[in-house]
Every structure is written in C-alpha cells, then in structure tokens.
Design a protein around this ligand. Sequence first.
Ligand code: SAM
Length: 266
Amino acid sequence: MKKLIAKRLYAELYDIRVSDWEGEVDFYRGLILNSDLKSQGVLEVACGTGRVTMQLAKEEIDITGLDISSELLEIAQAKSVGMSNVKWILNDMKRFEIDTKFGFAIMPGHSFQFMNSPDEQVKCLEQIKQHLVADGLLVMHLDHQDFGWLAKLPNKKELVYKQGRILTHPTTNLQYRPSSAWSFEPSTQTATVKTNWEEVDRKENVTQIWEMEPKQLHCVFRFEMEHLLKRAGFSIEAVYGDFFKNKLTDESEEMIWVAKNTGDLK
Ligand SMILES: C[S@@+](CC[C@H](N)C(=O)[O-])C[C@H]1O[C@@H](n2cnc3c(N)ncnc32)[C@H](O)[C@@H]1O
C-alpha cells in the first residue's frame, strides 16, 4: 500500500519536478515538422505524463504516447481531453503491438535506460522497428555517462540518502520532499535509485514516509548503443551531445541518437 501511494505521488509530482532539457522540444519539433514523414505520425515510447507528447501535439502532430505506468498515463490523459490527434497506450516497450506504422518513434528523457539487459534492449528496439515505416526515424535521448559520478557511487550496502527540494502537491497543497540514495553495480552497468517521499509539515518536520520501489537504470555507453541499433536493423544518421546538434564530446551530458529503419541489418 505504501509503495502504491509512493508511485502515485511520483506521478502527481512529476511535472513540477522534471523540466525540459534546453532545446529539447524545438529539436523534436524541427525534425518532425521539416520531414515528409510527419504525415505518418509519431510514436512516443515511454511518454510518462506526456511532458514532450503534449508540446508536440499542440503543433497538430498526430502522436501516440505509450507507457507502462497507469499512474503517469492518467496524468497524461487529463491533459489531452478533447484533442483528436493524441492517443495513449498502456503497454510495455519490450512487447507492445499497435496496428499502425509511424514515421517517427521518439524516446525522450533517458527512458531506454529502463532496459536492463541486452535481451530487453534488443526486444525494445525490435518492437520499435516493427512500428516504423521504411526509412522511419528513431530518436533516442540518453544520459552521456559521467564516469566521475558513477565511480563515487557506493554499492547497495552503503546507501546515503540525499534530500531534494520540497514540492507542493498541485491539488492537495501538501508538501513532499524526495529523499534519494543512488548506488552503482559496475559489473552490470546498473545504477539503482531508492527514493522515499517524505511528507513534511510547514516546519519541515517529517510526518509520513512513502517508500518507492527501487528504480534500476542501465548506464548505456556510446559504442554499446551503436552496436544495439545496428543489431536491431537501424542505420545511424547522427549522434549529438545536446539538442543544439553539437558533437558528442567528453564534456557532453546527453547523447541524442537519430537512427533510420533501413530494413536490413548493417
Ligand atoms: C524518466 S521517465 C521519462 C518520461 C518521459 N519520456 C519524459 O521525458 O518526461 C521514464 C519513463 O519510462 C517508463 N517506462 C519504464 N519502463 C517501461 C517499460 N518497460 N515500458 C514502457 N514504459 C516504461 C516509465 O513509466 C516512465 O514514464
């Protein structure tokens, strides 16, 4: 029960906690609106609360958002009431089947890192490929791993919780503070975050604690992604270090991949 409440809180507080990356929405918008593939619509894989979906939908792009979390999709759905160009699908990115092929598949916000084994990664990419038209484009936004940060993370037995900023719930006005502990397992490239949502009173005293299920994020490296995309039958059109199409360098904090569904394995 506590974990379910924590999951709901995560969803309800998502939009006030997560901001757009600089240039992010303009990047997707430009790529889609300047392409003939636009008329084939966009599939957003792991759309969450529709943070990006809704901004593209407002450009009259036909877009379908898919996510595994009913809590996040409920928030998303409420934003698109009365809009006929937006659809939402509750499904797993490793095994979804939709009776449509899209011009674009986009995966904003590092969501591919929820694929935690080569098998899951390939299944997800193959599912996406099956839902793209020939020459359709896949855009993936991943974290460019910070070795310095990862190297300092403890193992799971020595967790250190760090408190985030206090957030006011958009409907109840109650106050919550996330408290998170990261750990890293180098042998599987897995970073795990355990988060507790602390309900706090006006004096910032903790009145309740809602504990979330730990989230495991796979730390994807550049050449791993290149191999995966090629294995799943994509050709690589570009890899950028930010949404302004700058080159991926040692200093880049993001990795943005643009890949094409070529149909054949390269
Ligand atoms: C960091 S959030 C990003 C959400 C959104 N793309 C954004 O940028 O705001 C990661 C998302 O991946 C979704 N997710 C995780 N595993 C998934 C799976 N197996 N299938 C579909 N969605 C999944 C989560 O529910 C969550 O919405």
